[in-house]
Design a protein around this ligand. Structure first.
Ligand code: 5GP
Length: 190
């Protein structure tokens, strides 16, 4: 999505540790008009696919997921992040290693919100090593539902998580894929 690439170039800052900061429109302040444009793009990508539910992860995935849902007419479920491993039998859960915090946490989704008949689109803000997506896919598999595809606003292609999942046969459609980034500049995959 060209407009997103330009927005990243205009407003993004590359921090140490391969972190891209886009707090001005995605991770802290929300540019809702722009988010809705991303939602429209996601709607175009999955037009014709019978998505019944959108699954994301708190907190920053929610804004993108809601923008897509506003266009696609689906309900959004978000996985909660838990520090403890104490979960009830009423939830699906999966362990995820956090790229930004370097620790493991448990994500949970109440069983009642994903049914076996669901065709699920996974949405998140960033795709780096792919651990968040793998956890969300695990939860959909536990529910016996179908993963139609995964869309992240920004994929850092050089970290390899997206390509690893593509090789496994998953449909990964990121809105912008960064091939290279440093304090000197950002290059996108063509
Ligand atoms: P992964 O699980 O693919 O390694 O990392 C994806 C998760 O880590 C996303 O949910 C996102 O919250 C966070 N993340 C990864 N890389 C970045 C980054 O460069 N910037 C920001 N703001 N978050 C990131």
């Amino acid at each position: 999505m060209e407009a997103l690439e330009q927005k990243i170039l205009d407003e993004g800052t590359v921090l140490s540790g391969n972190i891209l900061k886009v707090g001005s429109f995605l991770n802290q302040q929300l540019d809702v008009g722009f988010l809705l444009k991303m939602g429209e793009e996601i709607g175009r990508i999955y037009k014709g696919d019978e998505i019944t539910k959108i699954l994301t992860i708190e907190a920053s995935g929610i804004a993108v997921a809601v923008a897509a849902a506003a266009v696609m007419g689906n309900k959004v479920v978000f996985a909660k992040k838990n520090k403890t491993s104490n979960v009830s039998g009423e939830v699906y859960s999966a362990k995820v290693h956090s790229f930004t915090h370097g620790t493991d946490y448990l994500i949970t989704v109440p069983k009642e919100y994903i049914k076996k008949s669901d065709k699920v689109l996974i949405i998140d803000d960033f795709l780096a090593n792919g651990n968040a997506l793998i956890g969300l896919i695990d939860i959909i598999n536990q529910a016996g539902a179908e993963v139609v595809g995964c869309t992240c606003a920004i994929e850092k292609g050089f970290q390899g998580g997206g390509d690893k999942l593509r090789k496994k046969g998953y449909r990964i459609e990121s809105l912008a894929v960064i091939e290279k980034m440093s304090a000197e500049g950002i290059e996108f995959r063509r």
